[in-house]
Design a binder for this molecule. Structure first.
Ligand code: NAD
Ligand code: ZN
Ligand code: ZN
Length: 348
């Protein structure tokens, strides 16, 4: 079969690889019908994720058709159309029993395209198939469901739910990439008074308006603190959501929150950020961090199936499955191409 294989920093190829086979009796082999590229894959290609070794097939998001199941698989059947989630769950460890699948101790967590071969391939082996895949509802396109493999649950769980977004809130989202936009989409479900999107790229702020932000701030030109002060009688945002992953944006998110508000960090940080306790100690704020668990996936599937969430809004570019090199080019140059999510689909 063909797959997108990582060959060390800066190197990747769409090349022939051995077909995956059932290795454990709880595995499924899934034929990939649609997959996508994540910002994390770009981090891997820069060499920022050393756990990913030369020869690894990338990708942690897919919609596909089950081709084979191990003898221990009880729920998933050959022929099922399933969502393959970025988080794999053993289903029985301490963390899985609490719904914290991202922290799985039994061999799950974020493993696809990380510590085992991933979904940017014609076929993928999915461990713990019963607890790591979701049956796709009928009548919803592959590309919509694909957005549930990572970005929608991430924005919703690590941003909106960790941030306790509530009706009437003023919510500030720092960073309007796919993750920030997913947080904006999720925040709208709670009828906030205002959603303020903050980004340095005007194209991303335009997208933020489409996704439901009613105020946009380019923080290269305008001071977000002044904008939020006007909206909140000087108090600051009820909830700030960090969706970039650099020290400056974490510090901005922490500075924009009102006393007794929430700061929900989603960004993956590669270096230390300053926690300004000299300002924060007196403010009663709650700061949360998190890797997505995907416990909200069943809820989000219902919202997509009933058209309350339009996940297709993320898809800006479409390619055939064997056109990965071009898809990476377009996704990697989002500033010029306007890419949010690119979808690669099997022909026919
Ligand atoms: N916690 C999790 O489980 C999880 C899961 C997936 C992704 N992530 C992380 O979420 C973050 C966002 O992901 P994405 O795919 O949307 O990334 P992205 O790079 O597409 O978007 C980031 C946005 O931030 C903007 N930005 C950059 N610097 C800024 C600044 N100083 N001020 C304001 N805006 C600025 C950029 O213009 C861009 O629009 C990344 O760090 C990613 O690794 C976390
Ligand atoms: Zn991802
Ligand atoms: Zn587990």
């Amino acid at each position: 079969m063909k797959a997108l294989v990582y060959h060390g920093p800066g190197h990747k190829a769409w090349e022939d690889t051995p077909k995956p086979a059932i290795a454990d009796d709880t595995d499924a082999i899934v034929r990939v019908d649609a997959t996508t590229i994540c910002g994390t894959d770009l981090h891997i290609l820069k060499g920022d994720v050393p756990a990913v070794v030369d020869g690894r097939i990338l990708g942690h998001e897919a919609v596909g058709t089950v081709e084979a199941v191990g003898t221990g698989v009880k729920r998933v059947r050959v022929g099922d159309r399933v969502l393959v989630s970025c988080i794999t769950a053993c289903g029985s460890c301490r963390y899985c029993r609490e719904g914290s699948y991202g922290q799985c101790l039994g061999g799950g967590g974020w493993i696809l395209g990380h510590t085992i071969d991933g979904t940017q391939a014609e076929l993928v082996r999915v461990p713990f198939a019963d607890t790591s895949t979701y049956l796709c509802p009928a009548g919803v396109s592959d590309e919509q469901i694909l957005m549930l493999a990572d970005i929608l649950p991430t924005g919703y769980e690590v941003g909106v739910l960790n941030g306790h977004v509530s009706p009437g809130d003023v919510v500030a989202v720092v960073g309007a990439g796919p993750i920030g936009l997913a947080a904006i989409m999720g925040a709208r479900l709670y009828s906030p008074a205002h959603i303020v999107a903050i980004d340095k790229a005007d194209a991303r702020l335009e997208a933020a308006k489409q996704f439901g932000a009613d105020v946009v701030v380019n923080n290269d030109r305008e001071d977000p603190a002044a904008v939020l002060a006007k909206l909140t009688d000087g108090l600051g945002a009820d909830v700030t959501i960090e969706a970039v992953g650099i020290p400056a944006t974490f510090e901005l998110a922490a500075a924009l929150v009102r006393p007794a508000g929430y700061v929900a960090n989603i960004g993956v940080h590669g270096e230390p950020a300053t926690l300004h306790l000299e300002d924060l100690w007196i403010k009663d704020v709650t700061i949360t961090t998190g890797l997505v668990d995907t416990y909200s996936t069943p809820t989000l599937l219902k919202l997509v199936a009933t058209r309350q969430v339009d996940a297709s809004a993320f898809v800006t570019h479409r390619f055939e499955l064997d056109d990965f090199m071009n898809a990476y080019e377009v996704f990697g140059n989002a500033a010029d191409t306007g890419a949010l999510k690119v979808v690669l689909e099997r022909k026919g």
